[in-house]
Every structure is written in C-alpha cells, then in structure tokens.
Design a protein around this ligand. Structure first.
Ligand SMILES: [Zn+2]
Ligand SMILES: [Zn+2]
Length: 339
C-alpha cells in the first residue's frame, strides 16, 4: 500500500498510503492503474507549483474498483469496476451555472489541487465515479481519461465522418485524437518529430509526416483537392505548432487548441481573418465525453496494448517521468498502483 507524492522540484516521494474513510457522498477506490500524463510531467518539473500544496499525491488517470461507499451514496457497491473523472467544479460560478462546469472559475483538478490517483487507496466524490463494464480490463480502463480528452477535442472541433483532420503532435493525446477521429470516419494526417512515435503511429495504421522534412502543407492541399484540412488539432503546446496550425486549414476550417501553452506564442492572425478560420479552445472534458470514452475503450476501438508501452511499479514513477522528460522510447506509461 503505497502513495506517490510530489514534493517540489523533481522530488517524488514514495510513502505508505493512508486510506481515507469515505465521508458523505464519497467513495474510496482501490486503484488498479494510473496513467502518467503530460500534466504530471508539468507538475514534476515544477511548472504547476503555484497550484499545488506540497507534498501532494499526483495522478488523475486512475482506474480501479470500489473499496468502500460513504453515507448517502447509492448505485455503487464494493468490487464494482470504476473510472474517475478527476475534475471538481464549484457548481455556483457563472461557468458552472451555464453548464460549462469543466471550465469552472474555481476548477480543481484531482492530482493537482486535491489528492490524486497514484496511491493504492483513493477517496473521491461519488459524482465523479463512473461505472465500467465488467468485461473491461482495468489496465485498459486507465486510458479512459485521456480518451475522454480526445472525444471532447473532436466534439469541440465538430469533426464529422468524411472530413480531413490534421493533428499537430503525435504524443499520447495527439495519437488518441487521431485514432478516435479515424474511428469516426475522418481522414487523418499526424505531424510528429519523435522517430519512436512516428514508427508506432504508422504501425497503428495512421498517416504520419515529420514536418521538419517539409512538404506537409502541400500534402494536405493535394489530399484535399486544394481545399485544406477541415479541422486542425494543435496538440504540441509549443510555438512551432502555433505557427503551423494556420498554414493548412481550409476556408472556414476549424482549429482546436489542445496543447497547453506555458507561454504566449506568435499566431498568424491574418490567416484567421483571410480564410475566416474559427479557433476553439478545448479543455478537459464533460460527462458525455467521459461516457463516450468508456464505450470506445470497452469496444476495443483504441489499441491500448500498443499504446501502453510501459507498466511500472509505483516505486519507478520517477523513472517514467524522466523517460517522458527526455523523449525516451515511450508512449503511454501506466503505474501499477497496487505494486
Ligand atoms: Zn491527463
Ligand atoms: Zn464553478
């Protein structure tokens, strides 16, 4: 029974997990697996120190089974397989009242502003707990949260079957956007620079270009009869992606900002004007995206076995984070939270 705490400036401390008895409206989950996300890397590198109270248990991509149900909670019993939607909203602010609880003015992300999933036992609000089909493997179920991100991005971009999607950045989230978009009948081109990721995405049947080799704009134009991409997903979060995102979008095309830009980046505003482009931000997910993600993972629409390159014991979390920080040969890394 262990828990992984972030203690500031690249410090990960593995300590005994202290189970918290669920209070009114809470559920205690026996965590099976938790994915390491780019957000966890930002935490590890200290980028989110202004949001986190140290030390804190990190992780927000948890799957598991119900261990204990708090007073007033109905519909769940010990042993039920579950995934947790790790965002807490206030319910009172203008965004929440308008139904946009996922961008609540006081949004708290579990694993940053509240204790996260990288521990053997995790107590969370019951309204964030989603039941899983009994047939769904709990290791695969750790992909539900990032798949929900992809579902939300695609919904925000209004991508339809038969349309052409350009995905800038083929890390775990870019890969999932591409796979879900293809599953929904879109034609997809991914740009990525990491050779390991390029090879993996190609093995998964995706079209991939390394933008440093040039010619990618011409390719999009050629494949769309000179029109350009219907939807561009910016998933890099860096200036190069911001520069690329307006280059190959069609007239009245949509650009979805998925990447988390740590600092402002130059954007070709003129192209947005000249082609009447529409720009969307897409942050986390809403309940319908989470439900759709569970269906997609349960239907094996996501090649989880290929995407999950490592399953590490909790003691090796730091190694996993370092692999991500240095661009190692990894795609999705999971932590075995019962190890
Ligand atoms: Zn995540
Ligand atoms: Zn709110």
């Amino acid at each position: 029974m262990k828990a992984a705490y972030y203690g500031g400036s690249r410090q990960i401390e593995i300590r005994p997990c202290v189970p918290v008895t669920p209070g009114e409206g809470q559920i205690r989950v026996r965590v099976s697996h938790c994915g390491i996300c780019g957000t966890d890397l930002h935490v590890y590198l200290g980028d989110l120190d202004h949001r986190i109270r140290l030390p804190e248990v990190i992780g927000h991509e948890g799957s598991g089974t119900v261990a204990e149900v708090g007073p007033g909670v109905t519909g769940f019993a010990a042993g039920d397989p579950v995934a947790v939607m790790p965002i807490m909203s206030c319910g009172q602010c203008p965004a929440c009242r308008a139904g946009n609880y996922h961008v609540c003015h006081q949004l708290k992300v579990i694993g940053i502003e509240a204790p996260g999933a990288m521990q053997a036992s995790w107590t969370v609000p019951a309204n964030l707990v989603f039941p899983l089909p009994a047939t769904l493997d709990l290791q695969q179920a750790a992909l539900v949260e990032p798949v929900a991100v992809a579902c939300h991005d695609i919904r925000m971009g209004e991508l339809r079957a038969g349309e052409y999607a350009l995905v800038l950045g083929g890390g775990p989230i870019g890969a999932l956007i591409a796979l879900v978009a293809k599953h929904k009948g879109a034609r997809v081109l991914v740009t990525e620079i990491n050779p390991f990721r390029i090879a993996m995405l190609r093995r998964l049947g995706l079209e991939v270009v390394d933008p440093r080799e040039g010619g990618w704009v011409e390719r999009v134009m050629e494949e769309t009869g000179g029109a350009g991409a219907d939807v561009v997903f910016e998933v890099t979060g860096v200036a190069a992606g911001a520069e690329m995102m307006t280059k190959a979008a069609k007239v009245r095309g949509r650009i979805v900002i998925v990447g988390v830009f740590a600092k402002p980046a130059p954007v070709d505003i003129y192209k947005i004007f000249a082609r009447e482009l529409r720009l969307f931000g897409a942050r986390v997910y809403q309940r319908e995206d989470f439900a759709e993600a569970i269906d997609l993972v349960a239907a094996k629409a996501i090649p989880g076995d290929e995407l999950i390159t490592n399953v590490l014991p909790i003691d090796e979390l730091r190694y996993g984070l370092d692999q991500m920080a240095t661009g190692g040969d990894v795609m999705k890394i999971l932590i075995d939270c019962q190890s």
